[in-house]
Design a protein around this ligand. Structure first.
Ligand SMILES: N=CN[C@@H](CCC(=O)O)C(=O)O
Ligand SMILES: [Zn+2]
Length: 403
């Protein structure tokens, strides 16, 4: 079954050549993109969709979410808006509510959040554990995460549960808890921050998870300068996320990880992606991550929602893109790239076509997964020009129309 999407006013491919095509068409065959080019020379297909002179982008790739949670933290948000500052301690409230929720309800909540994200143009997403914090509960969250999201991350090292010794809990995270979640996850993450895990504890977690075959990610430099970014670089993490408080040495260290990668071909060794989370920065009233300076230093940047009940209760990637343009000084093309190709880089899904069956996401190119987002607007510029407007018109995920 093939579908021709034609009459596209602007096709923002986010491919390696950064092509933006006018008056374009795309053919989808099954789950893959089989042709892109000028609408005038498009081949025939089984079915046709008239894009009505709208803009077509890759679906959003949300590389950082925490969707496995129950409960409510409205009061904490209200207190923050009244002047309180965010602290990691609020995580414990969500842990209590999550533990008290049945498998059925936790699954329903997670799937509902994925559906919400997809309805706004997200077509590929990662989600994390981290609100279970004991062996049984983390394994349950990992199992549900593996069915709800495209990729799952183990975040047993999110917070030391009240009353437990931090080093003893770190041993648990590195030992029995890791064994229990291992069948369900591709990645491990650690919250390396004052009030969460120290540099040494974080390194131990990352080493154990790397030895178990997991890829690595780090929550770092969110609430103050600290060792998170440099630890992520030292450990070869795929991404370090938040990156609000950076010293010059942090930027240099991240930039150094990208010297073996060729952006023109997308080949070579990927470095550590700096993942900026603008919705979280606004909700916690932290300074916005310096996305402009990171890009200018040659670092690959991703934008992600960080959807979670504490610091960022939104899965709107369009909101993140608008903020990145309006306040972080990225161009529209750069912001959309960070929210699509950047996320794919952070999740190691930027490569792969027919030959290996891996199917890249986050860019529109032949052989890539047909993850497409048709805006109800003639250009991607409208994402920042009309912030907060419902601009998602149609979404295809792996070739299947979602809305
Ligand atoms: N910073 C650590 N973890 C989450 C927030 C978790 C929470 O407060 O529930 C984040 O990425 O912002
Ligand atoms: Zn997070």
């Amino acid at each position: 079954m093939s579908i021709l999407i034609t009459n596209i006013a602007e096709l923002m491919t986010q491919d390696l050549e950064h092509r933006v095509l006018k008056d374009a068409a795309v053919v989808v065959e099954g789950e893959r993109i089989s042709w892109i080019g000028p609408a005038a020379s498009a081949p025939a297909a089984d079915d046709a969709v008239d894009a009505g002179r709208r803009a077509l982008l890759p679906g959003w790739v949300d590389s950082h979410t925490h969707l496995l949670f129950a409960g409510d933290r409205t009061a904490e948000f209200e207190a923050r808006m009244a002047g309180e500052s965010y602290s990691a301690g609020g995580i414990a409230v969500t842990v209590g509510a999550t533990r008290a929720t049945s498998d059925f309800d936790l699954t329903r909540l997670a799937l509902g959040r994925v559906a919400e994200a997809v309805s706004q143009g997200t077509t590929y997403l990662e989600t994390k554990t981290g609100y279970g914090l004991d062996v049984e509960q983390e394994a349950r969250s990992a199992r549900i995460a593996s069915t709800a999201a495209d990729q799952a991350t183990y975040l047993g090292a999110h917070l030391v549960p009240a009353g437990q010794d931090a080093d003893a809990y770190t041993d648990l995270v590195c030992g029995p808890m890791l064994s229990a979640v291992r069948p369900y996850v591709q990645w491990a993450d650690v919250f390396c921050e004052k009030g969460a895990f120290t540099e040494d504890q974080s390194r131990r977690v990352l080493q154990a998870c790397r030895d178990a075959g997991l890829g690595l990610r780090v929550h770092g430099n969110q609430l103050g300068e600290g060792p998170g970014v440099r630890l992520a670089v030292e450990m070869g993490a795929a991404s370090v996320d938040h990156v609000n408080y950076l010293a010059g040495a942090d930027i240099d260290a991240l930039a150094g990880t990208w010297t073996g990668w060729d952006p023109a071909t997308g080949s070579g060794t990927r470095g550590t992606v700096a993942t900026c989370l603008p919705a979280c920065d606004l909700s916690t009233r932290q300074p916005l991550a310096p996305a402009r300076a990171l890009m200018d230093a040659g670092i690959q940047v991703a934008l992600a929602s960080n959807c979670n009940p504490g610091t960022s209760y939104t899965s709107s990637m369009a909101y993140c893109v608008a903020t990145a343009v309006l306040q972080m000084r990225l161009s529209v093309h750069e912001a959309v790239r960070a929210a699509t190709y950047g996320g794919a880089l952070a999740l190691h899904k930027d490569r792969g076509t027919d030959a290996d069956g891996q199917r890249a996401v986050g860019s529109i190119a032949v052989g890539h997964r047909a993850d497409l987002h048709l805006l109800n607007a003639p250009s991607a510029t409208h994402l920042a020009y009309r912030p907060g407007m419902p601009l998602t018109y149609a979404v295809w995920r792996a070739g299947v129309r979602q809305r």
